[in-house]
Write a protein that binds this ligand. Sequence first.
Ligand SMILES: Nc1ncnc2c1ncn2[C@@H]1O[C@H](COP(=O)(O)OP(=O)(O)O)[C@@H](O)[C@H]1O
Ligand SMILES: [Mg+2]
Length: 277
Amino acid sequence: MTDSETETPLPGGDVTEGVVRVGDTVRRPLGPHSPLVHAILQHLEAQHFDGAPRFLGIDERGREILTFIDGEVANRPHPAWLADETRLVSLARLVRRLDDAMAGFAPSSSMLEAVAAPEIPGMPPEPRAQPQFIGHLDITPENVVFRDGVAVALIDFDLAKPATRVDEVFNLCLWWAPLAPEEDRTDPLRGVDAVARTRLIADAYGLAAVDRQRLVPTAIRRTERSWHLMKYRAEHDGGGWLRMWQDGVGERIERRLAWLEAHGERLSAALEAQSAF
Ligand SMILES: Nc1ncnc2c1ncn2[C@@H]1O[C@H](COP(=O)(O)OP(=O)(O)O)[C@@H](O)[C@H]1O
Ligand SMILES: [Mg+2]
């Protein structure tokens, strides 16, 4: 075996097993979402958007082949730089560029059906706003590549779905403000001002005034829905989803909801306040 054929495991998120690096490429297993993901990556390439891996095809073992993007990724334990505000601002700008590059992308109905949320009894409905584009919606620390302290790429588009700007900014805030009580944050994000960081994200993204008013209600509704979705996936899909449920993700989501309800007014006020400059 030559070096370029050596498979190095890439530990990252909780769900996908078998992500490996081979030379300058990454190989990942396919799933029902893969046709949408490949179409997204091809669209982004056609738009000359440089902040995502390129889709290179399917290998002889039936895995997707993506370009490996050099840089720093915050794997666990999370590094201290996760709290850095300059990085945060650069990430929010990158996500804005991504969302703008997604405009005009029209996936087929079969691609969308494959990623549609299941109907789950008792789950509250989606926020009413019409989706505006296909959002990334999984902007965890493990899914962002930095170089020289600047966010340069988003990876792992497996959870991409029709989204509004509010949904995408909520997801960004969820992980990076973060919208969670101290006990559920990793070390570098303990003690940071999540309200101030939410405002920083909204400003750097360029979130419109009307969308700022929707952020907290959307966060609450999406958090309620995610409890039902995670439980459903644990019961129906097993694997990493079941492990996460057994590890207490349901209780974490309940604590997030309580945190959002306790801090929602402060968050909305900070988002809507006129900036000092
Ligand atoms: N294209 C890529 N370029 C650079 N690093 C990558 C790439 N794809 C994956 N990685 C690394 O592998 C880890 C896991 O890959 P990811 O695609 O996020 O799978 P998972 O579904 O397990 O989260 C990431 O957190 C990152 O460190
Ligand atoms: Mg990932």
